[in-house]
Design a protein around this ligand. Structure first.
Ligand SMILES: [Zn+2]
Length: 274
């Protein structure tokens, strides 16, 4: 439990550090280096377009990150107020299995909260993912993946211009790391360039991991399942995939794709309004 609590603090700090480093590299290193190209003088220069694209991706990733935390599962105090105090106390004691009293809810010991339609506990946001914040979580994964892959391409362009090397050969990316480590220790490579090369591999890793996670999560949403239900082997009532999608993304899904916003039509909010 102590390890999990530590991870709950370290993972968000790790995410924010990587975001800050990526932002600084893009704004102060990669984009200014694109302006050095004499062909980039027009208003719609590739450097400006790239800068706008990166700002759009990172604003969506960070906006949805904040919304995942803001729309975190309902507070334990509210359930106590609603007269579910005994159940919550049992969960805290461990004498009752979580989720047994209220169907499709789960008590998370790390958050000390009850989640409706619990999916999993995300360590990078330090919060549980449930019906309230699922859409923002998917958007966060999608835009983090896109921002990482965008930074990877910009970083590769910077390295290829700085070190006068080409990435046309697919093996060039694989041999870049061992080659640059040997160059770095022989003093032929600056530490700033070595840092950018290490970041290229980190962006590739995070970008692919987030894209894979996003695809898997979308598959579960289409089936109307949560990660928690899959883990516990809970059988769900079959529903058309369109209904399952609308449950998570709402009717204003297109707007939610472009700007970070909460899903006001989630079942939790509808129940609350009743
Ligand atoms: Zn949790």
């Amino acid at each position: 439990m102590l390890v999990l609590r530590l991870l709950n603090v370290v993972a968000p700090a790790y995410f924010l550090c990587i975001s800050l480093v990526t932002f600084v590299l893009q704004i102060f290193v990669f984009i200014p280096s694109m302006f050095r190209d004499p062909s980039t003088t027009s208003l719609f220069s590739p450097a400006l377009l790239h800068g706008a694209l990166f700002l759009f991706l990172s604003a969506n990733a960070l906006g949805n990150y904040v919304l995942v935390i803001q729309s975190s599962p309902e507070d334990l105090g509210k359930d106590l107020h609603l007269g579910k105090g005994a159940e919550v106390a049992d969960w805290l004691d461990g004498s009752r299995s979580p989720g047994s009293a209220l169907p499709s809810t789960h008590f998370c010991r790390l958050c000390a909260r009850v989640t409706q339609r619990h999916d999993h506990h995300c360590f990078f946001t330090g919060n549980c993912i449930g019906s309230r914040n699922m859409r923002n979580f998917i958007m966060f994964c999608l835009y983090t993946s896109l921002a990482c892959l965008d930074s990877l391409v910009a970083g590769m362009a910077y390295i290829s211009a700085t070190l006068s090397m080409s990435f046309a050969d697919p093996l060039a990316f694989l041999t870049l790391l061992p080659h640059s480590i040997s160059q770095f220790f022989s003093g032929a490579l600056l530490s700033s360039e070595m840092f950018v090369i290490l970041m290229l591999y980190l962006w590739l890793g995070i970008g692919l991991a987030c894209a894979g996670f996003c695809c898997h999560q979308m598959l579960l949403i289409l089936r109307g399942q949560t990660r928690y239900q899959v883990r516990k082997g809970i059988v769900v009532r079959a529903r058309p995939w369109r209904e399952n999608l609308q449950e998570v993304f709402g009717k204003k899904w297109l707007l939610g794709l472009l700007i970070p916003m909460q899903n006001m039509e989630s079942s939790y909010r509808r129940q609350k309004e009743k």
